[in-house]
Design a protein around this ligand. Structure first.
Ligand code: 13P
Ligand code: SF4
Length: 326
């Protein structure tokens, strides 16, 4: 049984220069382009290492609004770059691998929103997980991430909430807010959906003292086994602050790099299920692609929406930032 990741596969198609040379090259390219590099916790460790800021989806979206640089390079999947561009239309946003998409982002249809609005009228809020296309955001009243979904939904005046696209995060929100009527869509993250309950139970039996820390994109059965449920940064913060020594991490393996960094010297151990959850989309972002994008300016994010739709999508993201700050 593979119960502990000793080293993460790098997934790098990148340069083989020694690290300080590589860092100097990145710094020079960033300065030439007036660029800043943001990375999500799921990307390969060597990409995280070269980033100026690493975080969860909410942190990256919030931070992107505050940065002085003209160019934002987002080492993450497409929806992350699109959110940064919607929030910063005057800036250039580059994706090292523009083909790295999130399949869940596409798992919602316009008809679902139209039918819910027809049924519930003004007492319905359409709440859109940021793991979504720009179109889906433009059909919605507010965006959320896994770190603020419960808080934001609790503050909405409407009683009925159509939660798109993720049924698992939507169901988790519904459980936390019994006063709301949450209507679920059928989308899901294929990586979290595939995490096996049987493998998790085997792991719990092998490590009875370990706390289970899970991402809310997991299935209901898997979340029922969790001691803590939260976003990638929530999981990392929880493990870093906990007195416990052993943790079963129920999300994509990329978080191990920051978990190890934050818990260095604490003697903590982290276990993953036998079939280690990976995100092929996040793994497609390599050092080589980061360098190419900084060198050539490739992977520029374009807003493929008309003016009204673009404004509505940006408003849904801005409203998330406002409500999360309350
Ligand atoms: P976080 O918002 O928790 O970083 O999660 C993003 C994601 O894609 C989870 O699969
Ligand atoms: Fe999308 Fe799942 Fe990958 Fe997150 S882990 S980016 S939800 S496919």
């Amino acid at each position: 049984m593979q119960d502990e990741i000793e080293g993460i596969s790098t997934g790098s198609g990148g340069a083989r220069r020694e690290p300080s040379g590589l860092r100097r090259a990145v710094d020079r390219l960033k300065a030439a382009r007036d660029a800043v590099v943001l990375a999500h916790y799921y990307v390969a460790p060597e990409v995280q290492e070269l980033a100026d800021h690493v975080g969860d989806s909410f942190y990256l979206a919030k931070l992107a609004k505050t940065l002085p640089q003209r160019t934002i390079v987002l080492a993450g999947v497409a929806f992350m770059g699109e959110s940064a561009k919607l929030l910063n239309p005057e800036k250039t946003v580059l994706l090292p691998e523009p083909a790295a998409d999130c399949p869940m982002a596409h798992m919602v249809q316009r008809r679902t929103i139209d039918e819910a609005r027809a049924a519930w009228g003004d007492d319905l809020a359409v709440v859109c997980y940021v793991n979504s296309t720009m179109e889906a955001k433009s059909w919605s009243d507010v965006c959320v991430t896994s770190s603020n979904a419960v808080k934001i939904c609790s503050e909405l005046p409407q009683r009925h909430i159509l939660f798109i696209p993720d049924r698992n995060l939507g169901r988790y929100v519904a459980e936390q807010l019994p006063g709301k009527h949450v209507i679920l869509n059928r989308g899901f993250c294929p990586r979290h959906q595939a995490i096996s309950l049987d493998e998790l139970i085997d792991l719990k039996e092998a490590h009875p003292d370990a706390l289970v820390l899970a991402h809310p994109e997991c299935t209901e059965e898997v979340l029922a086994e969790a001691d803590y449920i939260g976003s990638t940064s929530g999981i990392i913060e929880y493990a870093a602050a906990s007195e416990a020594r052993e943790f079963i991490i129920v999300t994509v393996r990329g978080v191990i790099y920051e978990l190890r960094r934050r818990c260095a010297g604490q003697g903590k151990r982290f276990h993953f299920t036998r079939t280690v959850p990976t995100c092929i989309n996040m793994d497609a972002i390599t050092v080589g692609k980061l360098l190419r994008c900084l060198e050539t300016g490739s992977g520029e994010v374009e807003i493929g929406l008309d003016g009204d739709a673009r404004d509505r999508a940006a408003r849904a993201l801005d409203r998330m930032l406002e409500l999360a700050a309350r």
